[in-house]
Design a binder for this molecule. Structure first.
Ligand code: V47
Length: 344
């Protein structure tokens, strides 16, 4: 099939629901067959003190969430010790933009983790955090990225991309990393031979054109670098934030968006249905709309659960595996960069 244009992608929203699902499923089957990937991971969110104000965010400390916290390195290392003893293979570390901790607090903890647990994969620092650290400590992106590599960060998560359209971005998260800067940071990361993910926050004030535009910008960068492992559409959670969108996006629109992204992003190998924001039930159905990855067990999650997602305590491994099997797919445990570890 030839490359899908902006207009063609937009028209796909009006296709018959099941025809669209079938097209996305054919692409999924061509790439991954019936395999659904997941990993055994743990999210750590070390501070919720944030210099920026994103209207959609319920996690950062604010009027709506007055309980500030910042973990010490010892507290973080206690968590890592515990998860390592239980065989967890990835730590996904994302913080708010805390101007009070110093640069070392952000970076040295990765070295501590890598030194004590060299086999653990450290996925850490969104491009929004990289931008914040560069500005706050008067460094270039290159300097921050080099420090990340030196301190043992293995890959970058896809957070902070939100919606690339500048007008929407200005409305929902003015002052944070811009779209061009977000893409530049990932480009530089990829040029270091490293991999990352990319998200899209949808279901708030954006429209379908904005989503397609977002996908097109990702596809263009991926053509240049090939560094994105995975696209992750994040469904906006409505509670405890300042965006004040009351109407939930429909399951129909979520699944269509997933399917279209599978088809448009022909150069990004994996599509993640992040059960935390889509609900587990919809994530399982999304497997038939192009999704081949369900993230992982997560254990503890603070960012999306603060906004209403039912993810605060993660998911139990056996239940997770059984749900994938019962929906007709093959659960395949993967590592953080998509090497297969075990077919369950
Ligand atoms: O960047 C914040 C989003 C992201 C809300 O790379 C919200 O593997 C929904 O990026 N409703 C952080 N979403 C999470 C993230 C992520 C998650 C899982 C895997 C990976 C990966 C990355 O959460 C933020 C922001 O876009 N977010 N508030 C909200 N109200």
């Amino acid at each position: 099939m030839s490359r899908i244009s902006f207009d063609e992608a937009l028209k796909m929203y009006d296709m018959d629901f099941f025809d669209l699902a079938q097209m996305a499923d054919e692409k999924r089957q061509e790439l991954h067959g019936k395999k659904t990937y997941f990993n055994i991971n743990r999210h750590i969110n070390p501070t919720n003190v944030c210099k920026d104000v994103c209207k959609f965010c319920a996690y950062s400390a604010s009027r709506k969430n007055p309980n500030q916290y910042t973990m010490t390195h010892d507290e973080i290392m206690d968590i890592v010790k515990d998860i390592d003893s239980r065989g967890i293979k990835e730590v996904h570390i994302v913080s708010a933009h805390n101007p009070n901790t110093g640069l070392e607090w952000y970076l040295e903890v990765f070295k501590k983790i890598k030194t004590a647990y060299p086999h653990l994969h450290v996925k850490a620092l969104t491009a929004a955090e990289v931008h914040f650290l560069a500005e706050e400590y008067n460094k270039s992106y290159d300097e921050i990225l080099d420090l990340m590599v030196e301190n043992g960060v293995d890959s970058m998560p896809g957070g902070g991309a939100e919606i690339f359209d500048e007008k929407v971005r200005d409305y929902i998260c003015k002052g944070k990393v811009t779209s061009d800067q977000w893409l530049e940071i990932h480009k530089k990361w990829h040029q270091r031979g490293k991999k990352s993910n990319v998200t899209m926050l949808f279901g708030h004030v954006e429209n379908r054109e904005h989503r397609i535009d977002h996908m097109m910008r990702i596809r263009d960068l991926q053509d240049e670098t090939g560094g994105f492992n995975c696209f992750i559409p994040l469904v906006y959670q409505t509670e405890n934030n300042f965006l004040n969108v009351k109407k939930d996006i429909t399951a129909n629109e979520i699944l269509r968006t997933m399917a279209i992204s599978r088809l448009v992003l022909d150069n990004v190998p994996n599509l993640k249905a992040y059960w935390v924001t889509s609900t587990v039930n919809l994530a399982l159905i999304a497997q038939e709309f192009g999704a081949n990855d369900l993230d992982g067990t997560i254990e503890k999650e603070s960012i999306n659960s603060a906004a209403g997602a039912k993810s605060a305590n993660g998911m139990e491994l056996n239940e997770f595996v059984q749900l994938i099997k019962n929906s007709g797919f093959t659960p395949v445990e993967r590592d953080s960069i998509y090497n297969e570890i075990k077919v369950w």
